[in-house]
Design a protein around this ligand. Structure first.
Ligand code: ADP
Ligand code: MG
Length: 277
């Protein structure tokens, strides 16, 4: 089957999402707390359709927390609190009438450490997210969805002859691409990636960077990375986060990636992108 078979998932919301090839995510004055500890202060950032946005900054400045507020993943931490707005194509992700699973279905996430279900087969891993988000897929459609998702994640050729083998038997880089395939299977509009290559070797890293480039044509991507070269290679827009001397994280500067690296406006950005801290 070709990689882009028609939407096999029978869910009106998803069909609508599949029809939208380009989505914009808009964070407005996002603040976040863990208990009384404020870790983000009124962060606003538009992550436009068709672009890869890189979030950079020293560790502890709130990049992961910001990323998690975008699909309400931070709500898994009981002490976490949120203020502000997140809009997906103008629709409020935090609208009280919306279920949190809906936000996470449309806005997928890939983590630093590849986390496939190790004992589960490769093909079952790919479609595992469908069950978690309450979606059903027919038997015939399942194989096509597995193939198209693995193809998009750049893993199909390597695993097509062992789809029933356990996901845990793959290499680290392959496991991460399996996780990308699992995210893609629910046809998200946005893919959030939190240091997705930090646990991988340089070759696997390159392959994931290539995949990011290909995916960005249809999924809006936001990637946290502490690798400046990677930010320069994969992103068109960049946001520099900083939490100075016990203050909550904010964005010091954002804009066109090339401009940020070659002509940063803020001296703190200059120091950071030049490895001064
Ligand atoms: P970054 O990803 O930029 O390294 P994080 O978003 O992980 O930063 O962390 C921002 C701040 O929030 C840090 O001070 C961190 O200690 C705190 N923090 C992160 N996760 C939790 C948590 N689950 N519980 C309490 N504090 C947390
Ligand atoms: Mg982090």
């Amino acid at each position: 089957a070709p990689p882009d078979t028609a939407a096999p998932v029978t869910d009106p919301l998803l069909d609508r999402a599949a029809a939208t090839t380009q989505s914009t995510l808009d964070a407005r004055r996002v603040s976040a707390w863990f208990g009384t500890h404020k870790v983000l202060d009124r962060v606003s950032l538009t992550m436009p359709a068709g672009k890869v946005t890189a979030l950079i900054g020293p560790s502890g400045c709130g990049k992961s927390t910001f990323l998690r507020t975008l699909n309400r993943m931070h709500e898994l931490v009981p002490s976490a609190a949120f203020a502000g707005e997140v809009l997906l194509d103008g629709v409020d992700v935090y609208d009280a009438s919306r279920r949190v699973t809906e936000a996470r279905r449309h806005i997928g996430m890939v983590f630093q450490k590849p986390n496939p279900f190790p004992a589960m087969s490769i093909q079952d891993n790919v479609v595992a997210g469908l069950g978690l988000t309450g979606l059903k897929v027919g038997k015939d459609e399942r194989a096509a969805l597995v193939e198209s998702s693995l193809t998009k994640a750049g893993l199909w050729k390597e695993v097509k002859d062992r789809l029933r083998a356990p996901g845990g038997g793959l290499s680290g880089g392959q496991q991460q691409r399996l996780c990308i395939a699992r995210s893609l299977a629910v046809r998200p509009r946005v893919l959030l990636m939190d240091e997705p290559c930090s646990a991988l070797d340089p070759t696997s890293t390159r392959r994931i960077e290539e995949t990011i480039g290909e995916l960005s044509a249809e999924v809006t991507i936001v990637i946290v990375t502490h690798n400046m070269q990677q930010a320069a290679r994969v992103s068109q827009q960049c946001a520099f986060f900083l939490a100075e001397a016990g203050t909550p994280g904010t964005i010091v500067e954002h804009g066109d990636t090339e401009a940020m690296f070659t002509a940063p406006r803020d001296p703190r950005t200059y120091d950071y992108v030049n490895g001064r801290f």
